[in-house]
Design a binder for this molecule. Sequence first.
Ligand SMILES: *Cc1c(COP(=O)(O)O)cnc(C)c1O
Length: 241
Amino acid sequence: MTERLFTDTGVADNLARIRESIADACALAGRRQEDVQLIAVTKTVDAARINEAIAAGVHQIGENRVQEYCQKRPLLSDECGLVTHLIGHLQTNKVNQIVGKVDMIQSVDSFRLAERISRASVGLGIVSKVLIEVNIGAEEAKSGVEPDKLSELLEMVAGLPGICVRGLMTVAPILPSETEKRKVFSRMYQLFVDNRGKNMDNISMQELSMGMSGDYREAILEGATMVRIGSAIFGNRNYIK
Ligand SMILES: *Cc1c(COP(=O)(O)O)cnc(C)c1O
């Protein structure tokens, strides 16, 4: 046996623990582990540390801000085909800076934004994959379309060229108990299923992106196909640079 040396910074250990916990939740839900994708949320994390996570097997990352993403993207190792997601609120005036540079925009919550993404995509001759963000907790300070406005937004977006809706995303409210968390995610899953059944152009409901460090197990139990995990991988964020 050869001995291997590695510098342990915690990221690989954290990832191993999270994967185990994802596998466990999948088993509990009678789901296959490969049906739940892990997206490492890398906001405020520097490129070197992101590359450690990539070396430890992460192949999808999510960033919140256009500028931060564009600065770090060229520094990230891409040997295994990195898949990237924009998960933070996107202002319409930043659309041209991000379309074509990211694999999926998860935070589309208005027709105006979808229209801008459509126009930029047509200009580049591409089809942008997006998720529609839903404000499932109807929280005032949160982005996302209200649940009862979702169908209408989907119907409008369906008519746009250069954009393909691949599913839904949500940031759930912070709730104290597992039961309450699951109830919210289950409402989200119901919305997902209801709209999956409709046959709309440019809409292919495949992904349900929900669950973060504090609630990804509950999200998986209720049908998440993507979980977005930041602090449980990289530790607490330090916003002061
Ligand atoms: C920061 C963030 C996450 C990850 O949050 P953690 O609690 O650190 O896992 C997931 N989704 C969105 C939209 C975020 O902004």
